[in-house]
Design a protein around this ligand. Structure first.
Ligand code: MRU
Length: 353
């Protein structure tokens, strides 16, 4: 089974079911071993799905949070009008606390909350706002796929980190989009896929998506990337972002910063691809937002087909920062729906927002 942009069955990673009035998510925890869909009808369960990474990837959790905020309207239907705003804000706080670094989630849930206030808590209108945002991120990712292809030459070897493919983005992908497009145009590309410890989104999800597309790739351990660059084996790095500050600083999956430093040292161009909902218009510096730290057991156990396997000394503690920060001086370009931009061009676009 493939997802929609990958050519089969007409499904997306985040999809509102019109008939049943519920949200359907592909359970990304099970990829590549199983393709399973879970249905969600309430805010609490969707928050659980975001936290446990049934759904993951900044744009995908942004769309999911938008739908969760719309569903919150149903849950406050029977409370007095004067209490609705406070109750909705309580639910919005719960949604926004699920994953604090990926800013699409905060941006999209806030926009849907605003739509709820503007429409007097109309479920239909609020749901429409969520659908519009989900379609917006989809369209932006389509453009990223279309415009980003210009940086990929025939014969390129590309390193990617974590997963920024169709599953992470409702559909089309951010970092993987231009790579898939280049392949479809007949360019020869080979992708080195960082396995991306501890959750292995690269080894599991990116590997699976590239296989679906028939794109030549090899999974490497995260620590192999710098060595391959030193041997001239990597032409460029393309990855996503979970947050981009106004000066082009990005926060992305842990390990991105190490890749950026290695790429800079070896003069390998480094690109980050994302939709505008990933831009944080509020934070002035990296001190103004929170890096998510996750459960230490994600480092000590690996999820295999058979279940969780302990891969660390049981008596040791572990530390699990989920994201790091890469400054703009290490970033060659930003792949956006407006094209591939340098730092100055990106900042100009952000200033217009
Ligand atoms: O913790 P995750 O798996 O949600 O993190 C995902 C990433 O870091 C991706 O690189 C990022 O979301 C890019 S968006 C497609």
């Amino acid at each position: 089974m493939k997802i929609k942009s990958l050519g089969l069955d007409g499904v997306r990673s985040v999809e509102w079911n019109e008939e049943k009035n519920w949200l359907t998510l592909i359970d990304q925890r099970l990829i590549p071993f199983e393709v399973k869909f879970n249905d969600y009808t309430n805010v609490e369960d969707i928050c659980g799905a975001i936290q446990t990474m049934v759904v993951r990837g900044a744009p995908a959790i942004g769309a999911t949070a938008a739908y969760a905020t719309a569903l919150a309207i149903k849950e406050i239907e029977n409370i007095p009008v004067c209490d609705k705003k406070a109750k909705l804000e309580e639910k919005l706080d719960l949604i926004q606390a699920t994953r604090p670094t990926a800013v699409d989630l905060k941006n999209y849930s806030f926009l849907v909350y605003q739509a709820a206030l503007e429409t007097n808590f109309s479920f239909d209108e609020t749901l429409l706002a969520a659908k519009r945002l989900s379609n917006q991120t989809l369209e932006e990712c389509r453009l990223i796929r279309e415009k980003g292809v210009e940086i990929i030459e025939d014969g390129n070897t590309i390193l990617t980190h974590c997963n920024a493919g169709p599953l992470a983005t409702v559909d089309y992908g951010t970092a993987l989009g231009p790579i898939i497009n280049a392949h479809n145009q007949g360019k020869n590309v080979h992708v080195f896929v960082d396995e991306t410890r501890p959750k292995l989104q690269g080894a599991k999800i990116t590997g699976w998506e590239l296989e679906q597309e028939g794109i030549s790739h090899q999974i490497i351990s995260d620590s192999a990337a710098a060595f391959l660059m030193s041997k001239g084996k990597i032409d460029k790095v393309i990855l996503g972002a979970d947050r981009c500050l106004k000066d082009g600083t990005i926060s992305n999956k842990i390990g991105t910063y190490s890749v950026a430093i290695a790429a800079n040292y070896h003069k390998v161009p480094f690109y980050s691809a994302f939709p505008w909902s990933t831009v944080d218009l509020e934070s002035e510096s990296i001190e103004d937002f929170k890096i998510e730290f996750r459960d230490e057991n994600e480092v000590k156990y690996v999820k295999s087909k058979e279940g969780d396997v302990l891969v660390a000394n049981p008596g040791s503690d572990a530390l699990n920062p989920a994201f790091d920060i890469t400054p703009p001086e290490l970033i060659t370009g930003y792949i956006t729906s407006k094209g591939v931009l340098n730092q100055e061009e990106l900042m100009n676009e952000i200033n217009k927002k």
